[in-house]
Design a protein around this ligand. Structure first.
Ligand SMILES: NC(=O)C1=CN([C@@H]2O[C@H](COP(=O)(O)OP(=O)(O)OC[C@H]3O[C@@H](n4cnc5c(N)ncnc54)[C@H](O)[C@@H]3O)[C@@H](O)[C@H]2O)C=CC1
Ligand SMILES: O=C(O)[C@@H]1CCC=N1
Length: 264
């Protein structure tokens, strides 16, 4: 499969690196173009993928085109490439932009897969939501589903769930990193080096996530297992909750979902 990327920012780079590392695609089958020649040519060189001179050239060289620009650029880019897309499949990772809107911008009903990956696809530990229009035939759905599966877990979702999915999986790596960084800063406050504190905190977070995924117990039951009677963990938990831990998380997710819903 020849796959092209329009926009070579943080997310496209993560997808490309994951696809190459998982050997789901070969480097010579990947074409890229973005607004900053210096940056995308260097990335192309470093990863042995093909640097194109224009968005149109990317489309011409690909069977599947990944639209990986920010929402404010998507309309402009689709207008530019729409006449070249007629025999292609479009994958859009544009946050908050529905398939209906993409069809409207293209002006006709081409096969579209809407994907909402997260940054962890780079290390094949991603979580990606997928939805498709009726033009994407079953074999292509299966093939593109497998493509994203090579980057981690996938979940076919109705588009109405993409807003909350985007917050819980797309944006949450930033929030989890914020939590890890907060833990490691306190570690520094108590005299650990930043490197040591970050590694300790990240390993604890990774292990806890694995426990949640592998155990039959709920996160709340796992909290109880760590909280020894009269111990330090419950004292810490109560102090965090007094400072509004859960409220802060809910408010953060509410704001994320609200912003995502303002794109279309
Ligand atoms: N960063 C993330 O974790 C995730 C991002 N997304 C979505 O992916 C899209 C890209 O996000 P990021 O990679 O974070 O943004 P970014 O700002 O890092 O990358 C945007 C890319 O688009 C390029 N670009 C801008 N105008 C262009 C044009 N006219 N033609 C070609 N390329 C153009 C820029 O040069 C840049 O390479 C967004 O729509 C975002 O909602 C979706 C899921 C997760
Ligand atoms: O921040 C953003 O808008 C995108 C959507 C999900 C993750 N990053």
């Amino acid at each position: 499969m020849k796959i092209g990327f329009i926009g070579v920012g943080a997310m496209a780079r993560a997808i490309i690196k994951g696809l190459l590392a998982s050997e789901a695609v070969s480097a010579e089958d990947v074409s890229i173009h973005s607004a900053h020649k210096g940056r995308y040519s260097k990335f192309a060189q470093d990863n042995s993928v093909v640097a194109c001179e224009s968005n149109i050239q990317v489309v011409q060289q690909s069977d599947v085109v990944v639209l990986a620009v920010t929402p404010d650029q998507a309309e402009l880019v689709l207008q530019e490439i729409r006449d070249e897309l007629t025999t292609k499949t479009l994958i859009s990772i544009v946050g908050g932009m529905s398939i209906n809107r993409l069809e409207e911008l293209a002006g006709y009903n081409l096969p579209i897969l809407r994907a909402l990956p997260n940054i962890n696809v780079e290390i094949m530990a991603g979580m990606t939501a997928l939805a498709a229009n009726d033009q994407l035939i079953e074999t292509s759905r299966k093939q593109l589903g497998e493509l994203f599966q090579s980057l981690g877990e996938i979940s076919w979702q109705p588009e109405t769930s993409f807003g909350i999915f985007s917050a819980l999986a797309g944006s949450s790596p930033a929030y989890v990193d914020f939590f890890i960084d907060s833990l490691s800063r306190v570690g520094v406050k108590y005299g650990l080096t930043k490197d040591a504190a970050t590694k300790i905190a990240a390993q604890a977070v990774q292990g806890s996530a694995k426990m949640v995924l592998q155990s039959s117990q709920t996160p709340f039951e796992l909290i109880d297992q760590v909280s020894s009677p009269g111990g330090s963990t419950v004292a810490g938990l109560l102090a965090m909750e007094e400072a509004g831990f859960m409220t802060a998380v809910v408010k953060g997710i509410d704001a994320t979902v609200k912003k995502d819903s303002q794109v279309d």
